[in-house]
Design a binder for this molecule. Structure first.
Ligand code: SAM
Length: 289
């Protein structure tokens, strides 16, 4: 192991000589990954930050024992949370990312040469440092001068910025701990205020299988604030249930005229997915109607 720990946290266990990470944040479901190495582990003021090298998913960012992103499937989530809102905006110049400490969303946004400023507001500097150094497959060692890192609470930050951004991407962890407020109506209200008159926001709205209540509440909140709102999905194997949801709120109609051209090096998003990702299975349509 690259990093020897004096004692393992309860979610990392040696079993018959093998190291296993078990996500045990859910009452009735445990998901385990066999781990090759602990690459990095440090307690920040907010959470236990780990980079683990796993057998099936390559390197992964793990916060308080919960997998956030991996080398194998991180691009699916990061491309979907970035390119979809950017493609619906006629001319995005100034983009805010809230959370997103693995830098994968910032890396995707930075693929558009016409975007002039990318502000990344992450509460935990340790996550960014760890991912830049040890998770280049996701972070891409991001050093684009247009990306400005601001280490503060995203909730407080948006309150102080009215009419500033074209696109706001809320790339948060699960609605517990410091991310809880990032799922609140009051927060989305501040996000609405922080957007310019043709602004668009997106957030990850959890698993339609396991957190349908969170998705419904998020969609309801966003629909109350924005004249145009929609939910789209992608399949991210390391997120519980696989199927993951994103909710978009827009001050302009969600159509795709005069859009920026999609970067040529995406691995998941293509022109067909940009429209088809909004096609929802019946149980989601029923829940959101
Ligand atoms: N893609 C991941 C997922 O859905 O599980 C999440 C990506 S990213 C790692 C989430 C980041 O949000 C974390 O690095 C965490 O530190 C950050 N975060 C949590 N609460 C925050 C807050 N109030 N303000 C800013 N960043 C926050």
């Amino acid at each position: 192991m690259k990093q020897a720990l004096s004692s393992l946290p309860p979610y990392l266990k040696m079993e018959n000589g093998e190291l296993w990470l078990t996500e045990d944040d859910r009452e009735n479901l445990k998901i385990s990954y066999r781990i090759k190495e602990i690459i990095f582990s440090e307690q920040s003021p907010f959470q236990q930050v780990m980079i683990l090298d796993s057998y099936d998913f390559g390197r992964m960012l793990v916060l308080d024992g919960v997998v956030q992103t991996t080398s194998i499937d991180g691009h699916i989530y990061n491309e979907m949370i970035s390119h979809v809102p950017l493609q619906f905006h006629p001319a995005p110049k100034k983009v805010l990312i809230i959370g997103g400490g693995d830098c994968g969303a910032a890396r995707e946004v930075a693929k558009y040469p016409d975007i002039a400023e990318i502000h990344m507001v992450e509460i935990d500097e340790k996550v960014v440092q760890a991912c830049k150094e040890h998770l280049p497959a996701v972070s891409g060692n991001l050093s684009d001068p247009r990306v400005q890192f601001i280490y503060t609470d995203g909730v407080a930050f948006v309150k102080e910025h009215a009419n500033t951004y074209d696109v706001i991407i809320i790339d948060s962890s699960d609605p517990i701990g410091p991310a809880k407020e990032l799922f609140s109506y009051e927060f989305y209200k501040s996000v609405h205020r922080a957007l310019k008159e043709d602004g668009i926001m997106v957030c990850q709205s959890q698993s339609p299988i396991f957190h349908l209540d969170v998705l419904k509440q998020t969609y309801t909140n966003i629909r109350q604030l924005f004249p145009h709102a929609a939910v789209y999905t992608a399949t991210v194997p390391t997120y519980p249930g696989g199927l993951w949801s994103f909710t978009i709120g827009a001050k302009i109609p969600l159509s795709l005229p005069n859009r920026l051209s999609l970067p040529t090096d995406t691995k998941y998003v293509n022109d067909a997915i940009l429209t088809r990702c909004f096609e929802l299975p019946q149980f989601m349509k029923t829940a959101l109607s």
